[in-house]
Design a protein around this ligand. Structure first.
Ligand code: UDP
Length: 236
């Protein structure tokens, strides 16, 4: 099936508009909002704090706990509030996408809790959640070896595209969706999922696009983090 033109006029390798802000939840240790197109994720970080009950503690490192949730009002169709198999899976892959960059071994017996809430969804929510969470962790002052950015790439019809929106995800029989998370400096893949079918060459092409997209996102994340220090200096 030929996919000749994106509905919103973007090029096949063009991201939706991105914006980010750090420090949006004053009582959290760290927080951030990340928006890409109509998808908005907010993240709040608490910790490191002593983990209770004690038998869950790890004497060698902190336990990173991520909780992803999609608000009932974030989508146009009816969505039951509360956890689901989908949110449990996304919480788990988010944890894996972030754990390798956080210096967990500095904080034995503690928990670092990351809450991600999707307040508006138009595809790519797990990636937006990871972007927001990485910024919130940095804002909380938790030592990190690297930053993490994430973007969804995939195949719509016959084209490899970046940052699919919901219409593209639902194109014809459904697109191939490939969420990718990458560390900024070392370009290590911390998340790679694939829902659909692609050839090896197409997958490599998609990952190349994801690298470019993550670099762009990373710049936005860094700018948002710098912004908070400018505000602090100005006494805000
Ligand atoms: N979606 C929805 N209701 C749900 C779950 C998902 O409308 O209960 C939509 C939403 O726009 C989401 C998209 O489907 O972004 C794709 O969901 P998927 O599970 O592929 O994860 P995502 O692409 O958001 O990471």
């Amino acid at each position: 099936m030929v996919y000749s033109k994106r509905e919103d006029g973007r090029k096949f390798d063009e991201l939706r508009k991105i914006s980010a802000k750090v420090g949006i939840i004053k009582r959290a240790d760290g927080s951030a909002r990340f928006q890409i197109g109509d998808t908005i994720a907010i993240a709040a970080v608490y910790g490191p704090r002593e983990l209770h009950p004690k038998f869950l503690q790890d004497p060698e490192k902190a336990v990173l706990r991520c909780n992803y949730d999609m608000a009932s009002f974030s989508v146009t169709e009816r969505k039951k509030p509360g956890p689901s198999r989908r949110s449990t899976e996304i919480s788990l892959v988010t944890e894996k996408a972030l754990a390798s960059v956080v210096e967990l071994d500095l904080f034995p017996n503690t928990a670092i809790d990351v809450f991600i809430q999707i307040i508006q969804a138009n595809a790519g929510t797990r990636c937006a959640g990871i972007c927001a969470a990485a910024m919130a962790l940095a804002h909380a002052g938790i030592p990190m070896k690297d930053m993490v950015a994430a973007i969804s790439v995939g195949k719509v019809g016959d084209k490899i595209v970046i940052d699919l929106d919901k219409e593209e995800e639902d194109f014809e029989e459904g697109a191939t969706d490939i969420p990718v998370a990458l560390t900024a400096r070392n370009k290590e893949v911390t998340l790679l999922q694939l829902d659909g079918e692609v050839s090896k060459d197409e997958l490599m092409q998609a990952i190349k696009l994801a690298r470019k997209g993550c670099e762009e996102i990373h710049n936005v994340q860094i700018e948002a983090l710098k912004e908070i220090y400018k505000e602090d200096k100005n006494g805000q």
